[in-house]
Design a binder for this molecule. Structure first.
Ligand code: KG4
Ligand code: ZN
Length: 333
């Protein structure tokens, strides 16, 4: 069994997975309520709260799984990318446990955790696929040949898809984090009410850009009365539509170009109901097989870190205790 810790941003999380990848226990202590009054994550506040949460979480997941510390075969932690002072908390705890228990330490890349999450809970083993990772800090298209064998096909040149949701939501006055709120409001609106730009949607590029959308929303806002019935929902639905269309079409383009019929989508934005519905519809029409993670495994969690760590462990790998945290840790070296 692998015990994993995740503390790259504002969620402290711990999880334990079985040798077959099944989750035996998983807990997330969210700090969203703490950071909401600042309108975003404050790194110093985040790391202090990770320190308060991390030990009780380890004790809770052991209790949930009904096992003892000595039953754990290896201790994993996210070592990057993320906020350095936050990453240090989970990583230091996992290393300390590994030393105390004389077991291996596994350094896990947060993006690899997201990338492999669609194969959790019985959908494995990990198979070749084209992966779209859409989180708060990253938007990437990756060709996966197997666990640990990745080729970057495209990424965002400016904002990530999650940032596009969060920043436009903030401009409209929605509470932090804006993505889930936008999702909720968009469900009641008309996605064709406003025509927002779709960057690089020319059928060729696998790169993304969302900063133009932000500017377009900024220029549209003064013309609108958001208190009028339906205007806010229409605006949210149109913003969501502009993001979703680009994500879906580029994933389809990448899978065609690589001749790969299995596609996976992961990261916090893959919770979005509009995105999930469009992906399901579009992949069926294109004859592609789509794997999506369970919504609670899309946003930051330690289950995905345990699962990614398990792949490393099963391949006979471990990490040196000197392995440092890296706020810019790349998925593909
Ligand atoms: O993967 P994640 O939990 O953390 C990072 O690694 O960044 O992703 C967080 C991002 C945030 O931008 C959040 O607004 C977005 O995922 N998100 C959503 C939804 N749920 C979370 N965006 C759109 N619709 C959602 N339902
Ligand atoms: Zn994440």
């Amino acid at each position: 069994m692998i015990l994993a810790l995740e503390s790259s941003c504002d969620e402290t999380a711990a999880a334990i997975c079985a040798p077959d990848g099944r989750l035996l226990a998983a807990r997330v202590a969210s700090q969203a309520d703490i950071h909401r009054r600042f309108g975003g994550v404050v790194p110093e506040v985040a790391s202090r709260n990770h320190i308060l949460q991390v030990r009780p979480l380890v004790e809770q997941v052991l209790e949930d799984a009904g096992i003892a510390l000595r039953d754990i075969a290896a201790f994993a932690a996210t070592t990057g990318p993320g906020l350095v002072s936050s990453l240090l908390v989970g990583t230091s705890m996992a290393k300390a446990l590994a030393v105390a228990e004389k077991k291996p330490f596994l350094a896990v890349n947060h993006m690899e955790g997201h990338l492999l999450s669609p194969f959790m809970e019985g959908a494995g083993p990990v198979r070749p696929n084209i992966a779209l990772i859409v989180s708060g800090g990253h938007t990437m298209l990756v060709r996966v040949r197997g666990a640990g064998d990745y080729e970057l096909l495209g990424r965002t040149r400016d904002d990530a898809a999650g940032e596009a949701f969060d920043k436009t939501a903030k401009m409209i006055g929605l509470p932090y984090p804006g993505g889930p709120e936008m999702d909720r409001l968009a469900a009641q609106g008309n996605p064709r009410a406003f025509a927002f730009p779709r960057s690089f949607l020319d059928g060729r590029s696998l790169e993304f850009s969302f900063s133009g959308l932000k500017t377009a929303v900024l220029y549209e806002l003064p013309k609108l009365d958001l208190t009028q019935p339906g205007v806010l929902a229409d605006l949210c639905a149109s913003i969501q539509e502009a993001i979703v269309e680009v994500l879906v079409e580029k994933l389809v383009l990448a899978s065609r170009r690589c001749g790969e019929s299995l596609v996976t989508v992961s990261g916090g934005v893959s919770c979005n109901r509009g995105l999930r519905a469009r992906l399901t519809e579009r992949c069926a029409a294109e004859g592609l097989t789509l794997l999506l993670a369970r919504p609670d495994l899309c946003t930051d969690n330690a289950g995905m870190i345990a699962f990614a760590g398990l792949q490393r462990f099963l391949a006979g790998q471990s990490s040196p205790l000197e392995a440092d945290v890296d706020p810019n840790l790349p998925l593909v070296a």
